[in-house]
Design a protein around this ligand. Structure first.
Ligand SMILES: C[S@@+](CC[C@H](N)C(=O)[O-])C[C@H]1O[C@@H](n2cnc3c(N)ncnc32)[C@H](O)[C@@H]1O
Length: 692
């Protein structure tokens, strides 16, 4: 990939780093706070004189992200939509109207209203009546021309009829009648429509009385929110009361079971403190709740992001998107990774007044551990004491760049800008004098966020599940998890890793759900999975990955006892933990045709009774090949192969599940469970982050 395609941040980083001599580097290394580090970067001549406008001219990726809406592009899409209507291709028409709406500037209110009316027609034909109704309301709000309104009122009435909302339909037919007074239709047509509407009102009124004047049915209820099994923990409300957070010098904080936990229990349901959608999904998924948006609402100012509802649009505009909107093309084109975008969102989601009021951040918070309290996030592991000066320098440059973007966005003036960024504003990467103090404080927070996210961010997945194929004794699911966004979950971030984890994660929008996948006894650790697990990755690689990415030496059971991977397990012998009186870490291999029940350990020479182990195997073990997620919230296990006399195709109780998804997919996903967030630059999408 060419340097231009990679984004311009790398060039900025290299230029600034090269410009520093040993004295400058030493001065930087001696700085003691994050805000001083970022302020130092802005003082460097190479940063003050850095002309980003020059870089942008060379940057090819910027062309992918238009900075403003454009009526010509919008009108071209609209004509394509109208062409598709003439051919009766309503799905294509919907696609083009969506595109047109995305690009149409807000000042073209009448054109927007016509587009929405056209889209409602397409939706009605595609039998998406609820969505057609929403577009009709929107088109009227935009000022749909009076002489055409009879059309949308009549469409509204027909949609309501299909949805059996007859009382509302009567009202809509009455609205059609009054709107017909304003039409330019010829007399006969008008008369016919009037008669049709009157007949419908009469028939519906009679039917309504005959049926005993029932109320209209309520609109369809959305998917219920996932719920914890049992009560919430009073100190950590996102977690169940079955979990507590302990501390040790060598492992920091970690979760343990306060009582026996049964496989399948939901142990944590948490909203993210911050979450950011990957750029490649910004026009297909809601920027705020990550739902797929086949009928998008668009940002009034930019053509780059979509929303699923007025509620999400409103939330985003009033907070983070209001500020990010004018600089998003710059941020995406810089090539910065999703982690850097989360570090920025942790600021933009709150206004400058809130951020400036954050006091005594270094005092450890006590009391209830709330997910939306920045202080809790601030105290997550950042390993500052182990960082090199080069690491700090690189992150400080990223923080300086991100805060410069904030300045351009109007964040410091508490007023989101609406006009596109001008090239003159990019002739220096230093922050202006008037924002120096606030800039240093916020820069310090962004730098801290970058360090925290390195160890605590999660990837958010969307489960894509096409219809299952039902065959003889087997239901085949081709579902796959797609990496959609990055997020930080403050309570889940307190769970440590084990290569034989006790839980799995899945998502309902940006909300994370954590379920036990095995029985966990009271007092035992409830461990997460940071990526490598013993079933698929050998010990040396697991240890290297965990050391490199999370800066700890894993001493979990599979690492201590060097458990074999699935593929290396030998069917001719079984392995039993040495069960002698003395604590012995050995695993005793037993041939499958062994006739003894007391076998001797090669390490401690004591005897282990293997009958106990065999009995628990018989009770709990089945060979599970397929583990499915049904409607995201329910885990169901279907046996397709069993050595234990369980019928194929039957549903079984979960005793021990190693993950969600097909065995193969589980393997693929595991390496990507956590963001590779020690990296600041991503080359294309966040999946293929390149080393800085
Ligand atoms: C997401 S945090 C987990 C919570 C953290 N222990 C705390 O005190 O906030 C990740 C960090 O926890 C520590 N950690 C996680 N799993 C560990 C383990 N199995 N053994 C030792 N340290 C671990 C490492 O320092 C790692 O960088």
């Amino acid at each position: 990939m060419s340097e231009e395609n990679e984004g311009f941040f790398r060039r900025f980083h290299e230029t600034v780093t090269r410009s520093m001599d040993d004295v400058g580097r030493n001065n930087f290394a001696n700085l003691e706070s994050d805000s001083k580090r970022v302020a130092y970067v802005w003082e460097l001549p190479a940063v003050r004189n850095y002309n980003l406008a020059d870089d942008l001219e060379k940057c090819q990726t910027i062309a992918k992200f238009p900075v403003a809406k454009d009526s010509e592009t919008a009108r071209n899409f609209k004509s394509e939509g109208n062409g598709a209507v003439q051919k009766g291709d309503w799905a294509k028409a919907l696609h083009f109207y969506n595109q047109s709406l995305m690009h149409m500037p807000q000042k073209e209110a009448e054109e927007l209203s016509i587009l929405l009316a056209n889209r409602s027609a397409a939706l009605n034909h595609l039998e998406r009546h609820e969505e057609a109704l929403s577009d009709i309301t929107r088109c009227l709000a935009y000022g749909y021309p009076k002489h055409l309104q009879y059309k949308v009122f009549e469409r509204r009435a027909r949609c309501l009829l299909v949805l059996k909302r007859n009382v509302e339909a009567i009202k809509a037919f009455k609205e059609t009648l009054s709107a017909l007074d304003d039409t330019k239709l010829d007399k006969d047509k008008k008369q016919k429509m009037r008669l049709d509407a009157q007949i419908m009102i009469e028939v519906l009124n009679k039917g309504h009385v005959l049926a005993g004047c029932p109320k209209d049915p309520e609109p369809v209820v959305k998917t219920p929110k996932p719920k914890l099994s049992g009560k919430n923990n009073s100190k950590y409300p996102a977690a169940s009361e079955a979990i507590q957070i302990d501390f040790s010098e060598e492992k920091g904080r970690y979760a343990t079971a306060t009582r026996d936990i049964t496989a399948g229990e939901i142990l944590l349901v948490e909203n993210p403190y911050s979450a950011v959608l990957l750029a490649e999904y910004s026009r297909t998924h809601c920027q705020d709740c990550f739902k797929k948006c086949p009928i998008p609402l668009t940002c009034p100012n930019c053509p780059n992001v979509v929303f699923c509802s007025e509620k999400c649009l409103d939330t985003a505009l009033k907070t983070y998107h209001g500020y990010e909107c004018p600089v998003l093309p710059l941020i995406w084109s810089s090539g910065c990774s999703i982690t850097c975008q989360i570090a920025l969102r942790m600021i933009t989601q709150k206004n400058i007044g809130y951020i400036k009021n954050l006091k005594d951040l270094d005092v450890k918070p006590c009391g209830t551990y709330k997910t939306d309290d920045y202080k809790n996030v601030y105290h997550l592991v950042a390993h500052e004491e182990k960082r090199s000066k080069d690491d700090f320098l690189h992150r400080s440059q990223m923080a300086a760049f991100l805060v410069k973007m904030l300045e351009i966005s109007g964040y410091f003036d508490d007023k989101p800008r609406t006009e596109p960024v001008k090239h003159e504003e990019l002739k220096s990467m230093a922050i202006s004098e008037k924002n120096a103090k606030d800039g240093a404080f916020i820069g310090g927070l962004v730098l801290k966020n970058l360090q925290i996210l390195q160890f605590n961010a999660h990837e958010v997945f969307e489960l894509q599940c096409p219809k299952p194929q039902v065959g003889k004794n087997v239901i085949k699911h081709e579902g796959k998890s797609v990496f959609l966004a990055g997020a930080i979950f403050p309570t889940l971030a307190l769970f440590n890793h084990s290569c034989d984890p006790g839980v799995v994660r899945y998502f309902s929008g940006p909300t994370i759900v954590v379920r036990a996948v095995k029985n966990i006894c009271k007092g035992q650790e409830v461990a997460e999975n940071y990526g490598p697990i013993f079933t698929t990755v050998d010990k040396a690689r697991r240890q290297a990955e965990l050391r490199n990415q999370y800066w700890f030496d894993c001493s979990c059971e599979p690492c201590q006892q060097d458990w074999p991977k699935y593929d290396d397990m030998n069917e001719t012998y079984m392995r039993f933990k040495c069960d002698s009186d003395r604590p012995c870490p050995n695993v005793v291999p037993v041939q499958h045709d062994c006739r003894e029940f007391m076998v001797q350990c090669g390490l401690c020479q004591q005897y282990t009774n293997i009958l106990k182990g065999l009995k628990s195997l018989q009770e709990g073990f089945v060979e599970i090949e397929v583990v499915l997620v049904v409607e995201v919230l329910e885990i169901v296990v279907i046996v397709v192969k069993s050595k234990m006399g369980i019928e194929c195709g039957s549903k079984i109780e979960i005793k021990s599940v190693i993950g969600i998804g097909k065995k193969e997919q589980h393997r693929d996903q595991n390496s990507e469970r956590y963001l590779n967030s020690n990296l600041l630059i991503s080359t294309s999408d966040a999946q293929s982050m390149a080393k800085p």
